[in-house]
Write a protein that binds this ligand. Structure first.
Ligand SMILES: C[S@@+](CC[C@H](N)C(=O)[O-])C[C@H]1O[C@@H](n2cnc3c(N)ncnc32)[C@H](O)[C@@H]1O
Length: 357
């Protein structure tokens, strides 16, 4: 396939031409991916999809609404339409395209797209990152716990932005996890690294009889407490502030969830967290892991390319295959690791494991 003559032949021969075109298109997408992302970023920053959600608009109306010159509006809309973010309704009007409409339904994705500006600045020198030459990154500062020796001393200011981002993207994850796993069968759940309570609030709705405990760093726990108070859940959820690496997890629960936690950490730290969860659980207790995983069929690029490089820029952790995770949970003393199918494995996969009874 690297031979120039073969490439020319396969592009001109009628039977191989479709494959050659498809392959060239995919390679071009790899070359141009950053440009596509920037088109999307511009749409999100300009709130283009929110404008179009009300009604289709003409170029002139959009130019006024977006405060862009008419020619720039045309350029943006041409690019966005080519990427199925917008669509031409007729000769005059532009509406939402397939992806633009999907984005509107998931506000957490728009927040991630805005957040990516930081990631892309860190990735301007990927080789430097791979060589470990660039030790200070924007993502490293954003995820303040990732490189902190004493994360429990972080201030609320240092955790606010990442906690809000996690909360904004949590509803999609919670929906996946709770549709896949019958959490109501349990008696008391501990959500370790539970952020400001978005997952546990979703659990509270699904399983009205389940007792709930949330554990996170003290400044995050304070934010969680305020959120849960506002949602009227303070009676149902016990909030505990602490450090996963220094403090024992609260006991008395029959299930511990780790949602988007393990991939943030290197193997030694992941082992410490899982062992701590194991100690907190009684015989027969359940571990529930939920995160995007490496080697997910049909979403390999998400795990191995996107998360692999994202976590490298953050400075800690790696995406793991189900086999890697099974080894880790077994090394921490759990048994019967089991992958549970989710509807959108791209967003999250779920693994459970048990303490022997
Ligand atoms: C990627 S976020 C996931 C939050 C939440 N589970 C979710 O999915 O939305 C990781 C969480 O782990 C918490 N965390 C990180 N290091 C911690 C530590 N040493 N002790 C306790 N919590 C920690 C962070 O504060 C953050 O809330």
């Amino acid at each position: 396939m690297s031979d120039g003559r073969f490439q020319r032949w396969s592009a001109s021969f009628p039977l191989t031409r479709p494959f050659a075109r498809h392959s060239a298109g995919r390679l071009f997408d790899l070359c141009a991916g950053f440009v596509y992302s920037q088109v999307l970023y511009a749409c999100v920053e300009l709130k283009l999809f929110d404008h179009l959600a009300r009604a289709p608009m003409t170029l002139g109306e959009l130019s006024t609404a977006l405060q862009l010159p008419l020619e720039s509006t045309r350029r943006l809309i041409d690019a966005a339409t080519a990427l199925h973010l917008t669509a031409r309704i007729d000769d005059e009007r532009i509406g939402l395209g397939e992806h633009g409409a999907a984005l509107l339904g998931n506000p957490g994705v728009a927040k991630m797209i805005e957040h990516h500006a930081m990631l892309y600045r860190d990735l301007t020198d990927p080789v430097g990152l791979l060589r470990g030459e660039k030790t200070s990154t924007e993502l490293g500062r954003f995820w303040a716990y990732a490189r902190s020796a004493q994360p429990s001393l972080l201030t609320e200011d240092q955790v606010a932005e990442y906690s809000d981002l996690m909360a904004a993207s949590q509803s999609m994850i919670a929906n996946e996890v709770l549709s896949a796993y019958p959490i109501h069968r349990h008696r008391r759940l501990l959500d370790a690294g539970g952020g400001q309570g978005a997952f546990i609030a979703a659990v509270a709705q699904r399983a009205p009889d389940l007792e709930l405990v949330l554990f996170d760093l003290p400044p995050v726990a304070r934010r969680a407490q305020r959120q849960l108070d506002q949602l009227g859940l303070s009676e149902r959820v016990q909030v505990v502030g602490g450090d996963l690496f220094k403090d024992s997890l609260p006991e008395g629960c029959d299930i511990v969830s780790l949602v988007r936690i393990v991939h943030d950490h290197n193997d030694d730290e992941a082992h410490t967290i899982l062992s701590s969860a194991r100690r907190a659980l009684p015989r027969g207790g359940t571990l529930l892991l939920a995160e995007p995983m490496s080697g997910t069929r049909g979403a390999e690029a998400m795990g191995d390319a996107y998360f692999g490089f994202y976590l490298m820029a953050m400075g800690s952790g790696r995406p793991r295959t189900t086999a890697d995770l099974a080894r880790l949970v077994e090394a921490a003393g759990f048994e019967q690791p089991r992958v549970i199918a989710t509807n959108q494995p791209l967003l999250t996969r779920v693994m459970t494991a048990r303490v022997s009874s």
